[in-house]
Design a protein around this ligand. Structure first.
Ligand SMILES: [Zn+2]
Length: 80
């Protein structure tokens, strides 16, 4: 956060997601890709997105839909 003059700010999750999906406008895609190439933080974020896929979204939807609480899962979430 102290060195914004020489590095561009990290794109938000939605932008990274759009980069993965290929829905990012071409101009933005270039700068975002260039940033990700030299930013370990974003590289990690992207890797987690590709590795985890949509599973966490699916899990959240499942939890919402079931209306049941798994005690084991609740305990696991509490530890996070
Ligand atoms: Zn970054």
């Amino acid at each position: 956060m102290s060195d914004t003059s020489s590095t561009t700010a990290c794109p938000d999750a939605a932008t990274l997601r759009a980069l993965l999906d290929g829905t990012l406008p071409e101009a933005q895609q270039g700068t975002t890709q260039a940033h990700v190439d030299r930013c370990p933080t974003c590289e990690t974020a992207l890797r987690q997105m590709t590795a985890g896929g949509e599973s966490w979204i699916g899990m959240a939807a499942k939890l919402k839909g079931s209306g049941e609480e798994d005690p084991k899962l609740a305990a696991a979430l509490e530890r996070l």
